[in-house]
Design a protein around this ligand. Structure first.
Ligand code: IMP
Length: 192
């Protein structure tokens, strides 16, 4: 097989005008997702969880993580929309797409893209716990350092990052840049 150089740390030309430096390269994401998958495989060996991906930001993470878990997990998705400005959530969450699965007596593992204030996740956890699952745990790819306004119990965290707005690997600004392989600082319109 041809050896392909790791160009994932450089923003592609079509996006470069709105992006700052790489925060996490595609290769680093892949390596960490595999580690998380191994940890989840060990922790849930006796009773595989229902993975609940939070659309749309966690879509890439969910599909990669699910394939790194060597257990008979089930997959479901929720879509939430959080009111607020383009780059800050308010904590008022609206369920845009609900789960199809019955949670009673099941281990639930929420797969989330990024935890900033923590308000979205706090709301989701309460919402899911009301459906009487066996447990609710969280696997977040990114945690923004020092930004949380509520105390959260995050069982799995991929990376802790500085509190800047980032895009790529599922994360967007106005629906754009989700399809970047790596995660980059956003420096375009609306950033400050
Ligand atoms: P929180 O409620 O403040 O924790 O915000 C969580 C949600 O806001 C995430 O699921 C993302 O959809 C969005 N979000 C927060 N920070 C960023 C970011 O840096 N880039 C893209 N989306 C973000």
């Amino acid at each position: 097989m041809q050896v392909v150089p790791d160009t994932s740390a450089t923003p592609p030309a079509w996006a470069a005008h709105d992006l700052g430096p790489v925060v996490i390269s595609q290769d680093h994401i892949a390596a960490r997702v595999h580690e998380l998958g191994r940890a989840i495989t060990e922790d849930y060996a006796g009773d595989p969880p229902l993975l609940v991906g939070v659309l749309k930001g966690a879509s890439m993470f969910m599909t990669d993580l699910a394939r790194s878990i060597e257990l008979a997990v089930d997959l479901d998705f929720m879509a939430v929309s959080s009111y607020g400005s383009a780059t800050k959530s308010s904590g008022i969450v609206r369920i845009v797409k609900d789960l199809e699965a019955d949670l009673s007596g099941r281990h639930v593992l929420v797969v989330e893209d990024i935890v900033d204030s923590g308000l979205t996740l706090n709301y989701l956890r309460k919402y899911l716990e009301a459906r009487k699952p066996k447990s609710v745990e969280v696997c977040a790819l990114l945690l923004k350092e020092g930004e949380q306004r509520v105390s959260l119990d995050l069982r799995y965290v991929g990376f802790t990052i500085p509190p800047t707005f980032v895009v790529g690997y599922g994360l967007d600004v106005a629906e754009r840049y989700r399809n970047l392989g790596g995660i980059f600082t956003y420096t375009g319109p609306g950033s400050h």
